[in-house]
Write a protein of this length. Structure first.
Length: 348
């Protein structure tokens, strides 16, 4: 194995393979570090009001701290199917596929050995852009088809982190990817209780006691789930002490129309950082990092230390024909784009 890697920094070894960190940046000093394990975004530095720049993602400086916490998908690309599929099974054209359940009777984020835990291959690297690829073979975690995945990370000169996904399959298969970044715009291991969050949605998908959608949509107006206007996270927690882990039905999505629409926002008053999320996807899983303070960490982590805004299709879509379809056929190309756009505001 060649120990010289001119296109990245070698951090060490895991499972006998080199762990690499690739850095991209724009002309304004915005920087993203991406690991070849899981496509983890380990650092995302953006301009802020007072101190110049801040790292706005929860993560670790030492890659070894990610290893015992891979089941929390910290900063990683999640797939082959982000979120949950009920009963760890689905059918296509009358054929039932049994999947590798990893959350009770269900499958979460593509299974125990999902793509967020694997090595991705660098296929392209420029100053402000990189592309990672991976092959998920036919039968992987029970999913049909050889799935070839390509994800491009770009730090644009208008201070956006852009993720563009493409995938093709040799057999009909459901596909749903997301980026599982844990955001904290204050930029240190504190809670996000003083952040404001907004999501452009009037409904969430109703779930049963295993967090599997029932197929019904629940209106959020005048409830603790209502994020139609910017809401302080601590006000959400007062109403929902366990926090949020819900799929929001984005209002501007139109099935079959691959177009970006504004989906969500996050604001931290002290730093002045305002993050807007644009996506082509129909759903947004909002997760207030309800269990992250329990992970193995070299430093203390408070409750609700971050918030995830995961653009994706709805959970259990393969078993819910009324939901937007996630079925990818041979000859088709799965595409998704999500943009995290950063600016500075004095107030909302």
């Amino acid at each position: 194995m060649n120990p010289y890697f001119p296109q990245g920094v070698r951090l060490g070894n895991y499972q006998g393979k080199p762990v690499m960190r690739f850095t991209i940046q724009n002309k304004n000093g915005m920087v993203a570090d991406v690991l070849n394990i899981g496509g983890i975004i380990s650092r995302l530095v953006v301009p802020c009001r007072h101190t110049g720049f801040r790292d706005v993602v929860f993560g670790f400086s030492d890659f070894l701290n990610y290893i015992p916490n891979l089941d929390h998908h910290i900063g990683s690309i999640v797939g082959r199917y982000a979120n949950r599929i009920g009963g760890a099974a689905f059918s296509i054209n009358g054929h039932r596929y049994a999947l590798a359940a990893n959350e009770g009777n269900n499958i979460l984020h593509g299974g125990k050995d999902n793509l967020s835990k694997r090595f991705w291959k660098l296929s392209d690297l420029a100053e402000n852009k990189l592309t990672l690829t991976i092959l998920s073979p036919d039968g992987d975690q029970g999913f049909p088809g050889d799935l070839t995945v390509r994800v491009t990370f770009t730090v644009s000169d208008d201070n956006a982190l852009v993720l563009q996904y493409e995938a093709t399959s040799t057999k009909p298969t459901p596909v749903c990817f997301t980026q599982h970044g844990y955001f904290n715009l204050y930029g240190s291991p504190t809670s996000v209780l003083d952040h404001y969050v907004w999501v452009d949605a009037d409904f969430i998908t109703e779930t049963d006691n295993e967090n599997i959608p029932t197929g019904k949509l629940l209106p959020v107006k005048d409830s603790g789930y209502d994020l139609g206007k910017p809401v302080l996270v601590k006000d959400i927690i007062r109403q929902l002490p366990s926090g949020l882990d819900n799929n929001y039905v984005l209002k501007q999505y139109q099935e079959g129309n691959y177009a970006l629409h504004k989906a969500a926002g996050l604001f931290e008053p002290e730093s002045g950082i305002w993050m807007e999320v644009f996506t082509t996807e129909p759903g947004m899983q909002v997760y207030t990092a309800n269990h992250l303070h329990k992970i193995l960490s070299p430093y203390p982590i408070p409750p609700f230390p971050a918030i995830c805004l995961e653009a994706q299709h709805f959970p259990d879509s393969p078993n819910k024909p009324q939901f937007p379809s996630t079925l990818l056929l041979p000859g088709q190309v799965y595409r998704q784009e999500t943009r995290y756009c950063f600016s500075i505001k004095e107030s909302l």
